[in-house]
Design a protein around this ligand. Structure first.
Ligand code: PXL
Length: 267
């Protein structure tokens, strides 16, 4: 008997099930990948206050202990792929950068969670800057949404797919592969994501499933991409699988009392 492919994730817990490590592990499982994970923070939405974020970082020492456990359990040959989700504070970023650097990862997918839906942009500039400085250089693939693409590329405005492509190329000066996720944010009939591989742009377009944003779509795409890389697929193939899975998951979305429906990874 051989082991299934294994992927490691460091991410936050988001208790409603619509984002964070809950999404990552469900997505891994759906794609036949054994998930291993450490918690960076805990986010508890406040239903009595507009579902605002109540954010609680995990102590850096406890983050280090989780890395110690996970990395001792699965050797380098068996666990070569990692995903980085929400980190949340400069102290968290510092310890995560240090611990990630202890292993040489074949694939390191960074979902650069700068803000979550509902948070104020620019609320945590020091965190954004630490992420760019310490984690971005470790990534082999980065998966920014439109807002994050703007921030990472330094572009003033991204209003079209062409703008998103330009942003992906600029971010690509720092990371080998950039999957910039347009989702439903850009005008047009299709939800378009663009992949820059250092040489060329590939567009991944599927008809939008309604105009409403769905929570967890970005997390799901990045997690599915991670899972497919852990299986040994190349980045372009992995993006195809990720787009298929998230589109199906949005078509079969989970409705809830929260302002956003969420993706059903098991669809
Ligand atoms: O969708 C971004 C995100 C990622 N991770 C956690 C979150 C959120 C947004 O709410 O809470 C833990």
């Amino acid at each position: 008997m051989s082991n299934p492919p294994i992927a490691f994730v460091i991410a936050g817990s988001e208790a409603t099930g619509g984002a964070g490590i809950q999404v990552d592990l469900k997505t891994f499982q759906q794609l036949g990948v054994y998930g291993v994970g450490a918690l960076s923070c805990i986010v508890a939405f406040d239903p009595n206050n507009g579902w605002g974020h109540r954010f609680h970082p995990v102590d850096p020492e406890l983050i280090a202990e989780q890395f110690e456990a996970a990395l001792a359990t699965h050797s380098v040959e068996n666990m070569k792929t990692a995903k980085v989700g929400m980190l949340g504070t400069p102290a968290t970023i510092e310890i995560v950068a240090e611990k990630l650097a202890e292993r040489s990862w074949e694939n390191l997918v960074l979902d650069p969670v700068l803000i979550c839906k509902g948070q104020e942009p620019g609320a945590a500039l020091d965190t954004d800057n630490a992420l760019k400085e310490k984690i971005l250089p470790l990534a082999t693939v980065v998966t920014p949404n439109v807002f994050e693409s703007q921030s990472l590329s330094g572009m003033e405005h991204i209003g079209t797919v062409e703008d998103l492509e330009e942003a992906a190329k600029r971010i690509g000066e720092k990371v080998p592969y950039v999957l910039a996720k347009g989702g439903v944010e850009l005008p047009g009939e299709d939800a378009v994501d663009v992949l820059w591989d250092g040489h060329e742009i590939t567009r991944f377009a599927v008809p939008k499933v309604g105009e409403q944003r769905v929570s967890g779509a970005g997390c799901t795409v990045a997690a599915a991409l991670t899972a497919e890389l852990a299986k040994g697929n190349d980045v372009a193939t992995a993006v195809h699988v990720a787009k298929d899975l998230v589109t199906r998951g949005i078509e079969h979305r989970v409705t809830a009392n929260t302002p956003f429906d969420t993706v059903w990874q098991g669809a």
